[in-house]
Design a protein around this ligand. Structure first.
Ligand code: PMP
Length: 430
């Protein structure tokens, strides 16, 4: 059997270097919130394949559903010969999305594809071209979604030009001094400086910025955005690729807004490790593109549909929405306690189980919020990996550690992971 080092050497020779890799390890097998590398080393997985494993690695019900699907058919292309699991998943997502109006769903394969299609649908419905996204937002790696993404390094650098008619307003961030008023004023500013409101098709916003740093969009902000949208005939798109599928304590994070977006994008944990994504939204908006305007060869694969339907069952059976809330509270409690002895932790924040800590340089025994510490963050993540914990960082300043542990992980395992985090924080600052 090959070692991690041997596989890394083959990877370096064979795989484009633009594909990043957080850790120099290769997986052999994974179950729930643990994985084992090719050398037999065990890791606790707090990354969940970047927010994909809310139901854990290889949930038995998901595996069983996929195995069953494999015995029937694996691919026909929904646009050629349709199949029931696609329709069943669309029905379920329509019922789960907030808003007192009829809904329809389009299924695809990746998060970026969902965002691309949400923009296409919004443009087709409004017959307008402009899109307003937010600073620090992340929407994917295709050219339109890179245009929407509000962070240059490493995503956008060298890949332009990006599609026209995309503008960035400020995302509110109390910790870093951007008020809700300022954020809303920056939207109005775009209407004055860049594009008239009557030509804007949509706002696109993450309920909690994911790659950008786990910053939570305040409810007052999204309500004011909804008001602006209504006043000007603009659609509101919630990009729930990372926040959706139960991560924040509700199936969609926007259920907590009290106002409904017109379109929601979803992906990642929806199918517990199988590639599927979707756009769910107002029926008349979803029906704007003409037949043939939407789709894709693999879009809404029956294998991934079967997995997603099983994930929804698991959420019900194992009461994972309540678990998401309780797990978030547990993590915040423990991380707050760790922060008391670790002044570099300048903030602990959470929406449900979407939890993060933010690390800063320490001045006079306190975090200096003007000095994000990306280097410390990198050292903590690397040290934790050596001790058997997979952590993920994020944030425009690279100084946020995010917690995306499966909701199905036991409290004991999560405790073990947090012990490692604490030991790493101590070790790298000695
Ligand atoms: N939108 C958001 C909010 C995301 O977090 C991501 C992935 N991190 C994407 C879109 C893109 O999803 P994918 O990588 O599946 O294309």
């Amino acid at each position: 059997m090959s070692s991690n080092a041997q596989l890394m050497a083959r990877r370096r020779a064979a795989v484009a270097r633009g594909v990043g890799q957080a850790f120099e390890i290769f997986v052999e097998r994974a179950r729930n919130a643990e994985l084992w590398d090719v050398e037999g080393q065990r890791y606790i997985d707090f990354a969940g394949g970047i927010a994909v494993l809310n139901t854990g690695h290889c949930h038995p019900r998901v595996v069983e559903a996929v195995q069953q699907q494999l015995t029937q058919y694996t691919h026909t292309c929904f646009q050629v010969v349709a199949y029931e699991p696609y329709v069943a998943l669309a029905e379920k997502l329509n019922a789960l999305a907030p808003g007192e109006f009829a809904k329809k769903t389009l299924l695809l394969s990746s998060g970026a594809e969902a965002v691309e299609n949400a923009v296409k649908i919004a443009r087709a419905y409004t017959q307008r071209s402009g899109v307003i996204a937010f600073t620090g937002g992340y929407h994917g790696r295709t050219l339109m979604t890179l245009g929407l993404t509000g962070k240059v390094q490493p995503y956008k650098s060298g890949f332009g030009p990006f599609p026209a008619e995309v503008f960035h307003a400020k995302f509110p961030n109390a910790l870093h001094g951007v008020s809700i008023d300022e954020a809303i004023a920056s939207v109005e500013q775009i209407f004055k400086n860049d594009i008239e409101a009557e030509r804007v098709a949509a706002f696109i916003v993450e309920p909690v910025q994911g790659e950008g740093g786990f910053y939570i969009a305040p409810v007052e902000f999204v309500r004011r955005l909804r008001e602006l949208a209504d006043r000007h005939g603009i659609l509101l798109i919630a990009d729930e690729v990372q926040t959706g599928a139960g991560r924040t304590g509700t199936w969609f994070a926007c259920e907590q807004w009290g106002v409904a977006p017109d379109l929601i994008t979803t992906a990642k944990s929806l199918a517990g490790g199988f590639p599927i994504s979707g756009v769910v939204g107002r029926a008349e908006v979803m029906d704007a593109p003409a037949p043939g305007g939407l789709g894709g060869t693999y879009a809404g694969s029956p294998i991934a549909c079967a997995a997603a339907l099983a994930v929804l069952e698991v959420f019900e059976q194992e009461k994972l929405l309540a678990r998401s809330q309780a797990l978030g509270e547990r993590l915040v409690q423990r991380l707050t306690a760790i922060a008391e002895t670790q002044p570099a932790i300048g903030d602990v924040r959470a929406l449900g189980a979407m939890v993060a800590i933010e690390l800063f340089a320490v001045e006079n025994g306190r975090a200096d919020l003007r000095r994000p510490d990306a280097d410390l963050t990198r050292r903590v993540v690397a040290d934790a990996a050596r001790r058997g914990l997979i952590l993920l960082s994020c944030g425009t300043n690279g100084n946020v550690i995010r917690f995306l542990v499966p909701l199905t992980a036991s409290n004991a395992l999560i405790g073990e992971g947090l012990d490692i985090l604490q030991a790493s924080l101590v070790a790298v600052q000695r």
